[in-house]
Design a protein around this ligand. Structure first.
Ligand code: EPZ
Length: 415
């Protein structure tokens, strides 16, 4: 087990980078299954990415990694059965469903596990694939899919990111035209579409609520660098905000982060947009009145915990409503243990800012909650121990190194 040991009170100042986006890299790696030529992808050094590379190897792909670039050759892929231990453990394995079906015409999976933040069903993925001609059988916890994919008009009851990505990857080799209505509009969808277009796919409207795909016979190969991680960038700017600091994230794309940057400004931060995004924090943050998580371009649920943590030490009171996942306030009990004043009523957390938090031993149980508890430790009086760093490593590459380089007093301890 690993933990962060943090001594709070240091202002974070300087320049840093967010790196390639986890939530773009993972579906892009899955889409490599569709390529008939070798593909080179720049990747963040994250445990979720390493697990996805493991899945590609298990399915028979050639995978070699040099530095932060991976070379993937899917021509040797031969397996359409997803290993039960991996698909159960790693949710993003569900992204393999569309590409495997497009490649082999059949797929066998285990239901990906729910997690700390919710049940995470895949009904929208499966109903969309059925519309594309896939028969879906469930037996003994395994999902058996088969069928030759044909174009269809699919309306998503909810703009699910994963379902949009799965259907996009299934449709690029389907016979005929597919239209996805009420599609997710996250920037990572546009990035996946750009990667597929590089391979030769015909896609219009990615990043809008209506995506149209003309199926093609085959896709080629190429080299691709995913977009920068807007959630890691937002988290690093939040670290500057909560410590009264001044940080420039050089590769942050402001156009992907409008809702988050607006909240920082509502809290009294100065946000400068140029080569990247710079945040200059006020001496004391002002509370935002409300924060509601929504599908893009609304406020991202993956930044909810980080902004709620800022609210804990802001002047005034605010309400945070989590509309995307049904159980994403679990970490607030840990913040209360540090002296935060938080009342949960259903999907809304009412936060009243306090003068300071006090260091404590806290437990991360999901990726973004772990990042938020780390932010709390950066501003708390005394020492904070954040247990469960393996969750944080899923989405942040050596977060402690990045923060220490900006002036934080933080180190990793392992048993
Ligand atoms: C992606 O998850 C991200 N993960 C999540 O980031 C992110 O929080 C989420 O999108 C929302 O932006 C990756 O991209 C790897 P959804 P995904 O399908 O695709 C419900 C992180 O911290 N739903 O848009 O699973 C679902 O239960 C992670 O990096 C169904 O009901 O999200 C949830 O309430 C956490 N049926 C809502 O939709 C379905 O078939 C949003 O889920 C699918 C989803």
């Amino acid at each position: 087990m690993a933990r962060f040991c943090i001594t709070g009170g240091k202002r974070l100042c300087g320049q840093t980078q967010a790196g390639a986006a986890k939530n773009a890299a993972l579906p892009i790696l899955a889409a490599c299954m569709l390529a008939t030529q070798p593909v080179r992808v720049r990747l963040p050094d994250l445990s979720d990415v390493r697990n996805m590379l493991k899945i590609l190897r298990l399915l028979g792909c050639g995978v070699s990694v040099q530095g932060d670039w991976a070379d993937i050759d899917a021509q040797s892929a031969c397996c359409w059965r997803m290993p039960a231990d991996l698909s159960g453990k790693m949710r993003s394995s569900i992204f393999m469903l569309g590409p495997i079906l497009a490649r082999f015409g059949k797929a066998e999976f285990t239901y990906p596990g729910g997690c700390e933040i919710g049940l995470r069903p895949i009904d929208l993925h499966l109903s969309g694939l059925r519309a594309l001609g896939v028969t879906v059988r469930e037996t003994g916890g395994r999902i058996l899919c088969a069928g030759s994919l044909h174009g269809a008009r699919v309306h998503l009851d909810y703009p699910s990111v994963g379902a949009t990505e799965n259907l996009l990857m299934a449709a690029v080799l389907a016979q005929g035209e597919t239209v996805i209505d009420n599609a997710a509009m996250e920037p990572e969808i546009e990035d996946l579409a750009a990667f597929l277009q590089m391979l030769g796919a015909k896609i219009q409207g990615a990043g809008t609520a209506r995506v149209t795909i003309q199926g093609v016979e085959t896709l080629g190969g190429g080299s691709y660098e995913p977009m920068p991680d807007r959630i890691v960038a937002g988290t690093l700017l939040a670290a500057a905000a909560i410590t009264g600091g001044d940080v420039l994230v050089r590769d942050a794309r402001a156009q992907d982060m409008a809702a988050v940057l607006s909240k920082f400004e509502q809290m009294g931060c100065t946000v400068e947009i140029g080569q990247g995004v710079r945040l200059i924090a006020p001496r004391r943050l002002q509370a935002f009145r409300t924060l509601d998580t929504r599908p893009y371009p609304g406020f991202p649920t993956d930044m909810q915990a980080q902004l709620l943590t800022l609210a804990c030490v802001a002047e005034g009171a605010g309400a945070v409503t989590e509309n995307v996942f049904e159980n994403r306030f679990g970490y607030t009990a840990e913040l209360s243990g540090m002296g935060a004043d938080i009342q949960i009523h259903g999907r809304t957390a009412f936060v009243r800012g306090v003068a300071h938090l006090t260091g404590a031993r806290v437990y991360a149980r999901d990726l973004r909650a772990g990042a938020a508890l780390t932010l709390a430790g950066l501003c708390a009086r005394g020492e904070t121990i954040v247990e469960g760093v393996s969750f944080i490593d899923r989405g942040y590459a050596a977060l402690e190194t990045t923060l220490a380089a900006l002036g934080a007093c933080i180190r990793r301890e392992t048993d």
